[in-house]
Design a protein around this ligand. Structure first.
Ligand SMILES: [Zn+2]
Ligand SMILES: [Zn+2]
Ligand SMILES: [Zn+2]
Length: 144
């Protein structure tokens, strides 16, 4: 089954109709690189209005079909993802993104809730660094 079929199936299972413009957005996502911006989707899903693209992206986020990645330059990217709660490891040099799910901030959240009397509803954590291939490349290129 292709990515596209899987996404369509997931939407239909949750009772969402696949309209023509929704399908065009989904096709764009299936063909997109590992992570992409809303502008990329707008460019690829020709003829689909901005509001529809934004609404569809929001729906896909709520359904855990896509997740958001905050790049180090502050831009917001999207990425296909079937995972539930997770975080990203982002390479600052080549921009590759990896997921990690072993989120261990629960003690911090408990602490915050106790000390501030907030009801904590969520958190966001991205980790930035340099991937193994970029580090090797750097060593090769570094002057002796
Ligand atoms: Zn993700
Ligand atoms: Zn890299
Ligand atoms: Zn977390």
């Amino acid at each position: 089954m292709s990515d596209l079929d899987l996404i369509v199936q997931r939407l239909e299972l949750r009772g969402h109709r696949i309209t023509g413009s929704r399908r065009r957005v989904l096709e764009a996502l299936a063909a997109a690189p590992a992570h992409f911006t809303v502008d990329d989707v707008l460019r690829m899903a020709r003829g689909v209005g901005r509001a529809t693209v934004f609404r569809t992206m929001k729906l896909l986020q709520d359904l855990n079909v896509v997740c958001r990645v905050l790049m180090e330059d502050g831009s917001l990217h999207y990425r296909l993802s079937a995972r539930g709660h997770h975080h990203h490891l982002v390479c600052r040099s080549c921009g590759r993104v990896e997921d990690f799910a072993n989120c261990d901030v629960s003690s911090l959240v408990d602490q915050l809730a106790a000390s501030t009397e907030y009801e904590i509803e969520g958190h966001w954590l991205e980790v930035y660094g340099k991937c193994a291939s970029c580090r090797i490349l750097e060593q090769v290129e570094a002057p002796v």
